[in-house]
Design a protein around this ligand. Sequence first.
Ligand SMILES: Cc1ncc(COP(=O)(O)O)c(C=O)c1O
Length: 349
Amino acid sequence: MSGQFRPELAELISYHTPQQPEGDKLDANELPYDLPEWFKSKLVFVSEQMVRANRYPDSDPVLLRQQVAQYCHVKAQQVCLGNGSDELIRSVIIAACLGGRGAVLSAEPTFGMYRILAETLGVPYIALGRDEAFGIDPDALHAAVLHQGVRVIFLANPNSPTATMLAEPVLRSLRALPEDVLVVLDEAYYEFSGFTCASWIADWPNLIILRTFSKAFRLASYRVGYALARPEIIQVLDKTRLPYNLPAVSQLAATLAMEHRSELLSVIPELLTERDRVATSLQELPDLRLWPSSANFLYVRSTQYEPESMRAMLAERGTLIRASGGGLRVTIGTPAENDKLLVNFASLY
Ligand SMILES: Cc1ncc(COP(=O)(O)O)c(C=O)c1O
């Protein structure tokens, strides 16, 4: 294989989610509830009516863009749809950094795809550290951006795996960066945090907001995400995405989800109550440290166990969670799954 590919790819590992045994899937920050039966039946019905398998899907589903715009209180020209927000992360890096134009920066621990997508595209990736509370030092951020040729900053808000929010001074310092540095705030968990910077795209010219249908809207398997930004940025992202990036059924699923959003999102208050219940119980265990969560998952560290061994012991007991960034990320499940999770955690002490 020598000579065929870029040599640096030999060092990279393909993206695989770890093979897990049978158990409660609390490892991917999905909602524990499948779509309601009435929603599924409606989706099957409209798919039969509308989808012609031999035809390419709509390359620009205007109705869906309009629905998303209405949901986010922006204009349709400020929306770009992607095959999951993963595709949009890649489009931003392609548009801003390829050809030796500059680096991607994020603050770790964070969502792994920022690094993976930068590295597979041959773009330098700079990882800032975080403090004890997973906060970011605005001065270190500024210095790294100005001295290391950063073109794009990706910050998840709330962050994964830590579930923490960006502090106000960090947002202010991002706002003060030069216009030729793109600031991407990834709001994959917006529906749980209730906090968004989407309204700022009107007067923050280098801001991009990313969102997804994979979490609160329960459409992870359909792969739909979107970016919000001013129209000039959206036009560039449109050039770098693949032509038929959204399968027809995914477009229909997202359209239906927008139409029925109040029904789909109605489970969120109950989920957040469950999160707080799980957090309170985990906090009672002798050596677990928890951070405040603004999402549908919790981040914990143990002083007694390595994250990987704790993950494996819980998996043996039927609770599947994720070891990440030196700790454990625990997705909130159904009340029964959460009860079992608490029993399994307690059994380790
Ligand atoms: C912060 C963050 N951004 C983006 C994504 C990916 O979303 P999508 O399924 O839309 O590609 C995830 C998925 O876990 C995430 O945690």
